[in-house]
Design a protein around this ligand. Structure first.
Ligand code: PLP
Ligand code: COI
Length: 360
C-alpha cells in the first residue's frame, strides 16, 4: 500500500529574515529546515505511519541498536532553484534505487521508489522557502536515511526501522567551489573492503574513513584517497566523493568493484563527457600510473565528484613521502564538465537525458 505523508505544520517556523541569514552563508549540513518526513517499518506490518512533521529530536533509547551496530544507510541529493523560481531535483530515481541497494546490504527494508520520491517532493515543496537561489551554487541538500529503531542489543537485523528525510541549505562541500584541493593518498587503512559495504552508502563506511581523513588534515590536505590496501594496486575513492583523472585527454575513473560507491555524479559526468565527445574509461588505475602520469604530464588534470562536492579540481596528491602536483589544476576539461553539469542542474543547459525532476 502506498504511503502518504499528512502534514503537521511547524508551529514555530523560521522567520524569512532567519532563512535569509542562513542563505547568506549556509556552510554544509549545519542548519535544518522546519519540517522532516518520516515513516516507520515493522517486520509484522511493513511501512506505516508516513508523515511530515516539525524537525525535532527523535526519541532514542540508549539500547537502540543503531547506536551500537550502525545498521543505517542514507542518501545525498539536492534541490536546485532555477532562475524562474522553480525547484528541481537531479536524477532522484537513482537515489531511490541506490538507497534500496544499500538497504539490502545492511538488512534494512526497501522503501518503495514511489514512496521515497513522494516523501522527498512533499517535504521539499513544503519547505520551498528554504531552497536558496543558485548564486554560488547554493542548493537545498536532501538527506533521506533509514535506521534500525529497536531497543535491543541482540546482534540481528532490527525488526523496527525508521525512514526519514531531512533538509539543509548548503553551499558546495569544499568552500570556494572551484578552488583546487589537496588529496592525501593512503593504503594504510580502508573505508571498506572486498565483500564489505563499500558500494553501500552506510554510516559505518564514513566512521571508518575518519582516521585517514585526520591524517589527511594533519598533512595539510583536504580529503583522503583510499588505495585498496591488500594488493595496493588500485585507486578507490575519496572519503566522500569519487575520483577522476584526465589522462591524455581522456576521463579515467576507477571501475565499480563493489568496494566504492556507484556515484550518481560519477555516472552523470561520464555521460556528459561522452555527450561532449570526450573519451571515458572505467578501469583499474594503479598508484604508480597516477604518480608517474603526474610526473610525466600524461595526467594533466584530476577532480573529485559527488553531490556535496559537485566537481572539485585537485591541485596535488600527497603520500607520506612525496607530493605530486597536478599539471593543470582546474584545467580546461574539468571546468568544461563542471560547467555543463551545473548548467543542467540549474536549468541553464539542455537536459538531454531527462535527468531533472520538477518539484515546485
Ligand atoms: N563516494 C562516497 C564515499 C560518497 O560519500 C559520495 C557522496 O555521496 C560519492 C562517492 C558520490 O556519490 P554521488 O555522486 O551519488 O553523490
Ligand atoms: C554526498 O555527497 O551526498 C555525501 O554524502 C558526501 C558527504 C561528504 C556529505
Amino acid at each position: 500500500m502506498a504511503l502518504d505523508f499528512p502534514v503537521t505544520p511547524n508551529p514555530q517556523p523560521a522567520s524569512d529574515e532567519r532563512i535569509a541569514e542562513i542563505h547568506s552563508k549556509p556552510g554544509f549540513g549545519v542548519n535544518f529546515t522546519d519540517h522532516m518526513a518520516t515513516a516507520q517499518w515493522t517486520k509484522a506490518d511493513g511501512w506505516r505511519d508516513g508523515k511530515i512533521e516539525p524537525y525535532a529530536p527523535f526519541q532514542i533509547q540508549p539500547g537502540n541498536a543503531v547506536l551500537h551496530y550502525a545498521q543505517t544507510v542514507f542518501e545525498g541529493m539536492k534541490a536546485y532553484r532555477w532562475a524562474d523560481g522553480s525547484i528541481w531535483s537531479f536524477r532522484p530515481d537513482e537515489n531511490a534505487r541506490r538507497l534500496n541497494r544499500s538497504a539490502a546490504r545492511l538488512m534494512l527494508p526497501a522503501v518503495d521508489e514511489a514512496d521515497f520520491l513522494r516523501a522527498v517532493d512533499e517535504v521539499v515543496a513544503l519547505d520551498a522557502r528554504w531552497v536558496p537561489d543558485g548564486e554560488g551554487e547554493k542548493s537545498l541538500y536532501i538527506r533521506p536515511f533509514l535506521f534500525a529503531d529497536e531497543n535491543y542489543l541482540g546482534v540481528r537485523a532490527a525488526q523496527t526501522v525508521k525512514f526519514a528525510v531531512i533538509l539543509s541549505p548548503v553551499e558546495p562541500y569544499f568552500e570556494n567551489g572551484v578552488k583546487p584541493v589537496k588529496i592525501y593518498v593512503t593504503a594504510d587503512s580502508a573505508r571498506a573492503g572486498i565483500g564489505g559495504t563499500g558500494y553501500a552508502k552506510c554510516g559505518g563506511n564514513y566512521a571508518a574513513s575518519y582516521l585517514a581523513t585526520q591524517e589527511a588534515y594533519d598533512a595539510d590536505c583536504d580529503q583522503v584517497l583510499f588505495i585498496e590496501p591488500s594488493s595496493k594496486d588500485r585507486l578507490e575513492e575519496l572519503g566522500g566523493m569519487n575520483i577522476m583523472i584526465v589522462e591524455n585527454g581522456r576521463i579515467v575513473t576507477p571501475a565499480l568493484t563493489g568496494t566504492i560507491l556507484d556515484g550518481i555524479t560519477r555516472k552523470s559526468v561520464l555521460q556528459v563527457a561522452k555527450d561532449m565527445g570526450i573519451e571515458t574509461e572505467e578501469r583499474r588505475i594503479t598508484p604508480d600510473e597516477l604518480y608517474s602520469g603526474l610526473e610525466s604530464g600524461q595526467i594533466q588534470e584530476a577532480f573529485s565528484c559527488g553531490t556535496a562536492a559537485v566537481i572539485t579540481p585537485v591541485e596535488s596528491f600527497r603520500t607520506k613521502d612525496a607530493v605530486y602536483e597536478v599539471p593543470q589544476p582546474a584545467g580546461e576539461l574539468t571546468l568544461a564538465l563542471r560547467e555543463r553539469l551545473v548548467d543542467i542542474q540549474y536549468g541553464r543547459a539542455e537536459d538531454a537525458h531527462g535527468w531533472m525532476h520538477r518539484i515546485v
